[in-house]
Design a binder for this molecule. Structure first.
Ligand code: FAD
Ligand code: PHB
Length: 392
């Protein structure tokens, strides 16, 4: 069966859903295809810290209501190292900027509801996705569902299918350049039924390894614990998790640590990756399909949001005026912001983790950098500006 639409979107993660929602509000038609079930997509606990630009964009996309009601503003973060803990006052240092804690699962759910209410065409649980005729006026997406072959003919294809999707590999090898860095540690990421250790996020540097203390609500915490690259979730029992978090926290925080059931446990590899170009003929990549960052800077989801902002604006210009200026500029515009976030996420990662390959010199230099950051308003301002995000 062949269907026709303006934009064919591969992937119903935050990037694909948000793009289809924003386009719909401007009268642009799309079909979204997703290889997983809606329940599976909603069950993936991932990011949670939203930049102000992303919050504004989600509101403009018509899904701000629950976000404004349940999102928690975070006007500062704490960084702990040795026996010190200092606060970076993001709001003051950036002239009013702050992050909002609101889980990716909720954003996905809000977008799914909004698309369903407006009759969005979303096809879940598909297989064998492939892209064809990118150099023709009407390229196509083919897929199988319930033992039948399907085709979507469209004007443009948005590859929003995440890091392991098929869109990026469709770009020929002699066109695609990739930039990759792996770090010698992973995170075990947890969602727990327990009171957060603090009202604000804490990034803990410790010689045993880094810990992120984040939260989702007054009764749910989110932790990221540095672990080895060979570790599996089975290596981390609840006992080991709580005793390791406790060992890496300062005594005052460890004493008040609330331990509870683990609702979700996953290994998150630490990797920086960028693919260029983000556009090839009639295919446009957005989100993790084009780039990933280590989560220390809280940028992955926010970059998916800014890509969709630039891409939707380009499609809106094209369908409104026939002009292709913004479509042509999409890759360069998105990559400028992507690379700044890549740099920041890599820098935060290296500043805060215990690197098993470091010798005594590197360890001393790392502590010196943390001390400098704790004492220098200029250094804190630079961190705060990147953390709240480069304006769209
Ligand atoms: P995705 O969310 O990956 O969505 C892509 C979608 O495409 C998926 O639903 C997938 O099933 C679908 N798909 C893939 N292949 C196909 C195909 N062939 N056909 C059809 N559909 C396909 N970021 C942070 O900022 N903080 C965090 O704490 C954090 N934790 C993370 C933990 C994990 C385990 C992972 C994997 C990522 C984490 N991230 C985090 C990153 C953040 O979640 C991503 O940047 C964000 O999900 C990107 O959204 P996306 O829509 O581009 O990609
Ligand atoms: C989260 O709450 O999921 C979160 C917060 C900050 C990060 C990464 C993840 O740096």
């Amino acid at each position: 069966m062949t269907e026709h639409t303006q934009i064919g979107i591969i992937g119903a993660g935050p990037a694909g859903l948000l793009l289809s929602q924003v386009l719909h509000l401007q009268g642009i038609d799309s079909i979204v295809v997703e290889r997983r079930s809606p329940e599976y997509v909603l069950g993936r606990v991932r990011a949670g810290a939203l930049e102000p630009g992303m919050v504004k964009f989600l509101r403009a996309a018509g899904i701000g209501e629950r976000l404004d009601r349940e999102g928690h503003p975070h006007k500062g973060i704490a960084i702990a190292f040795e026996d010190k803990r200092f606060r970076i006052d993001m709001e003051e240092l950036t002239g009013g900027g702050y992050l909002t804690i609101y889980g990716q699962t909720k954003i996905t759910e809000d977008l799914m509801t909004a698309r369903a209410e407006r009759g969005g065409n979303l096809v879940y649980e598909i297989g064998d996705t492939s892209i064809h005729d990118l150099d023709a006026d009407r390229p196509s997406i083919r897929y199988s569902k319930d033992d039948e072959e399907h085709e979507i003919r469209c004007d443009f294809i948005a590859g929003c299918d995440g890091f392991h999707g098929i869109s990026r590999p469709t770009i020929p090898g002699d066109v695609l350049k990739t930039f990759d860095r792996k770090y010698p540690y992973h995170w075990i990421a947890l969602l727990t039924e327990s009171r957060p250790v603090s009202e604000e996020l804490i990034y803990v540097h410790h010689e045993r390894g880094f810990v992120l203390c984040s939260m989702r609500s007054p009764t749910q915490s989110r932790y990221g614990i540095q672990c080895g690259t060979e570790d599996t979730v089975d290596d981390w029992s609840e006992d080991r998790i709580w005793s390791e978090i406790s060992a890496r926290l300062s005594p005052d925080l460890a004493d008040s640590l609330d331990t509870g059931a683990c609702l979700d446990k996953s290994i998150v590899p630490k990797r920086s990756f960028v693919a260029e170009p983000m556009q090839y003929q009639r295919l446009f990549l957005a989100g993790d399909a084009a780039h990933i960052v280590p989560p220390t800077g809280a940028k992955g989801l926010n970059l998916a949001g800014s890509d969709v902002y630039y891409l939707s604006r380009a499609f809106i210009e094209y369908y409104g005026t026939g002009r292709t200026d913004l479509l042509g500029a999409y890759g360069a515009t998105a990559l400028d912001r992507v690379w700044k976030a890549e740099w920041f996420s890599g820098w935060m990662t290296e500043l805060l983790h215990a690197n098993p390959n470091h010798g005594p010199y590197d360890r001393r230099a790392q502590i010196a950098q943390l001390r400098l950051l704790s004492q220098s308003r200029a250094a804190q301002t630079a961190l705060a500006q990147s953390y709240v995000g480069v304006p769209y």
